[in-house]
Design a protein around this ligand. Sequence first.
Ligand code: KIV
Length: 269
Amino acid sequence: MSAQAPQKRITAPQIMAMKGGTPIVALTAYSAPMARMVDAHSDVILVGDSLGMVVHGLPSTVGVTIEMMILHGQAVMRGSARAMVVVDMPFGSYEESPEQAFRNATRILMKTGCGAVKLEGGARMAPTIRFLTERGVPVMGHVGLTPQSTLTMGGFRTQGRDQDTWPAHVADAQAVADAGAFSIVAEGVMEGLADRITQSVPVPVIGIGASARCDGQILVVDDMLGLTDRVPRFVRKFGDLGPRADAAIAEYAAAVRDRSFPEDAQVYR
Ligand code: KIV
């Protein structure tokens, strides 16, 4: 009998090396069963703080806590074996100081075993990203539309409609890359700006509502499977599971009510 070597996970340097090459496939997952499905096809699984809205029914990501991220991060790690798992740092867990960010990032890494954390913000977060990466914490950046700032941004608005703002967005991405981030999510930015950002940084740019010319793409898995009611306009639904789940639940309810379920053969004896 030969002992099987444990499967190795994709690492931050491997994701970094994908710059300009085969597009990076990334999806969110929040549970072990979904992580299992996503793991078979993805390079990166993001335990996004979007779980606040998708799983917990919160109105935004602002109410998400570190404890929620750790719990879902642990589940996703249990359900996956190959993809790099990145866990979002929630609002309020890193903005105060680099030290606060380090304390909470290491807590997430140690409790979940994930491969990296993600945090939102451009040039203003660069000192924090540098503090983390110099101390062994792999960081994925997140620029453009940053959902944790929608209270100050005034909602979910596509960034870069005015070309005069492009240099500032590019400078944000460059500051994040210079600070040591191994990759950057660019969310909700005009296509031309996404292209410019992708060409301006030496690390992979993973787009969401951005451009097909980014180095990879990420979507919220529940959105692209058609499991959520309200999805951003840019999301292509690759599945329509919501109505199918609804039909299955309705069929079950009808079967219970007319006593055609359980059938005799299905009852435990
Ligand atoms: O929280 C999340 O799911 C994200 C992705 C949308 C990039 O940050």
